[in-house]
Design a protein around this ligand. Structure first.
Ligand code: PRX
Length: 553
């Protein structure tokens, strides 16, 4: 612990939107929302009404393709989508899913859904049939916006609630009609706006519902943590199907009137550096795995002019100090770690650009947020001791509900007045918080949450598999990788071909990121004696011992 707290990096000289953390934190209280609101209006239309219609809202880059839209154009496009959604019978509080690649249409569709008072369910672009079906079925989505290619992965016949599928190509082809109609539905602060499905250690993914009251939390974190100013070019690399891609890819930056970058296509170091240099990106929000991949590419960054970068942020998984020192040395800027979750709606623990950072720490509580490190009885532990990372309730971004699952929702609040994150951490004397691990079996691979149960359920659907146990195996690049331990049915023999077939089976039905990177065949799996439940922790312990043994040779 001491080695972590002794090393720190002071902020770069500059003017930041939040200049005195202690003072703001001591005096800050959340605005009281006492009138109707609509977060999609605040995100786009408000800026047009305020006279910024001509400002560039987005740059889209995909290979050689380049598109830019002003706030006026984004407003018109959201109105266009809104009109078509209404024509198709979408009503307030309906669940409307968006299954599109990282394109302007994806961002615009999500905003249009929210603008008319419905709840947007963004889906990650790499989801396969089962993942798409389970999510739409769970909250009975009635309409889906997708494209003709991705629609092949929508098992429509298995989704009874889904009345309509709209193709982005058709919506784009239809001319925009300036009807003069105002499509904004004014909402109560408790009304839902966004539903993201997220994995835990048990059961299928749960629908985390955020409400319009999240607005001040997303706005202030965009202002203070992203530090957005009017001339910034802001790039968040996450797809809006993940909460980072929606909250910090769409809402927080646009609530602060930023010009955002949308990058299509897959990760490639050269493409990323080229994009930063070409668009002169100033603020960049990404994840440790991406930074580690860039770091491993060595000197190629020297071929690009990256001097526009003034602020870098990270989220989703532990950010190792080595990566911070790399950026500090190669780019002359720090990487600011941030901690939050789908369930929390916006940042909770942050490193601010105007404050010192301690590499290895996720930062300090966001103003208006109180963090507690709790023991098993729900009592605060002494500083420096590891415990359950908890948040004092309520705060504006806090989820409104877990769709159709009150027991699950209540399980986050088992100690009066606290939200329990499921992470373990400690806090030092200066309030800096250090992530230790998850407190459950949830897997975090490259910043993506993967539920072992979901992967195990898919594995045992394969004809060769009798039993399966899935864990996150520590990995230098991705933080963890998915590793499956399986017992084969009688009559099946282990072979590289069979294991590959099993991997592809999970990838094709669930999602590529959930497919086990390693599969180990066992004679039997460790189980509890009483209930016969598979002991994932036992599997993980043995795996870590194996890694340590190899490392010590
Ligand atoms: O375990 C923590 C990890 O990601 C979980 C939340 O995942 P998700 O809901 O998908 O949201 C990801 C981005 C908001 C947390 O419970 N996590 C998130 N940020 C960090 C982190 N682990 C370590 N350091 C972080 N900065």
């Amino acid at each position: 612990m001491t080695s972590n707290t002794e090393r720190m990096i002071e902020p770069l000289a500059g003017t930041y939107n939040l200049s005195d953390y202690e003072e703001v934190r001591n005096n800050f209280t959340w605005d009281n929302i006492d009138s109707k609101l609509n977060i999609a209006y605040e995100t786009i239309d408000r800026h047009v009404d305020d006279g910024y219609g001509k400002k560039t809202a987005l740059h889209y880059v995909n290979g050689d393709e380049r598109i830019s839209y002003t706030f006026q154009e984004v407003k018109e496009k959201t109105d266009h989508y809104a009109r078509i959604l209404k024509r198709n019978g979408v009503k307030k509080s309906d669940r409307v899913f968006v299954f599109l690649p990282k394109t302007p249409e994806c961002y615009i569709a999500i905003l249009a859904v929210i603008k008319i008072g419905a709840i947007a369910g963004p889906l990650f672009e790499a989801f396969m049939e089962d993942a798409v079906r389970d999510r739409i079925n769970d909250c009975e989505g009635t309409l889906l916006i997708t494209d003709k290619d991705m629609a092949k992965r929508v098992p429509r016949g298995d989704i009874p609630s889904l009345k309509t599928i709209l193709y982005a190509e058709d919506i784009e082809a239809e001319p925009y009609l300036n009807t003069g109609e105002d499509y904004v539905e004014w909402m109560d602060k408790e009304d839902g706006m966004l539903i993201h499905y997220t994995s835990g250690s048990t059961g299928k993914p749960k629908g985390v519902l955020l409400a319009h009251k999240v607005l001040p939390h997303q706005y202030h974190s965009g202002k203070w943590v992203l530090d957005i100013k009017d001339d910034d070019i802001y790039w968040c690399t996450s797809h809006p199907g993940w909460v980072t891609g929606s909250v910090y890819g769409i809402f927080a930056p646009w609530l602060n009137r930023a010009t955002i970058v949308i990058q299509g296509g897959r990760f490639k170091a050269e493409e990323w550096y080229k994009l930063i240099a070409e668009l002169k990106v100033t603020i960049w929000y990404s994840a440790p795995t991406a930074f580690r991949m860039l770091l491993s590419q060595g000197d190629i960054l020297k071929n690009y002019d990256l001097s526009s970068l003034r602020h870098i942020l990270s989220v989703g998984e532990p950010l190792n100090p080595e990566v911070i020192y790399w950026a500090w040395q190669e780019l002359g800027v720090r990487i600011h770690d941030t901690w939050w979750m789908t369930e929390t709606g916006a940042h909770l623990v942050v490193n601010l650009p105007g404050e010192k950072i301690k590499p290895g720490s996720m930062g300090r509580p966001f103003p208006g947020i109180e963090i507690g490190i709790l023991d098993e009885a729900g009592k605060i532990v002494p500083r420096g001791e590891t415990g359950q990372l908890a948040v004092k309730t309520p705060w504006p971004g806090m989820m409104k509900d877990i769709w159709g699952n009150k027991d699950k929702f209540n399980s986050y609040f088992k100690y009066e007045g606290w939200y329990i994150s499921g992470d373990l951490a400690y806090q030092d004397a200066e309030d800096f918080i250090f992530f230790q691990s998850r407190d459950d079996d949830m897997i975090n691979s490259a910043g993506e949450r993967i539920g072992p149960f979901e992967v195990e359920s898919k594995l045992i659907e394969h004809e060769a598999i009798q039993e399966a146990g899935v864990i996150g195996k520590p990995d230098k690049l991705r933080g963890e990788i998915v590793k499956a331990f399986i017992v084969l049915r009688n009559g099946y023999k282990e072979s590289p071909k069979l294991l590959e077939e099993i991997r592809v089976f999970v990838r094709n039905n669930l999602a590529a990121h959930a497919a086990p990177k390693e599969i180990e065949v066992m004679q039997e799996l460790p189980k509890t004696t009483i209930s016969g439940k598979i002991l994932r922790r036992e599997l993980k312990k043995t795996e870590i011992e194996k890694i340590n043994a190899v490392n010590s040779i």
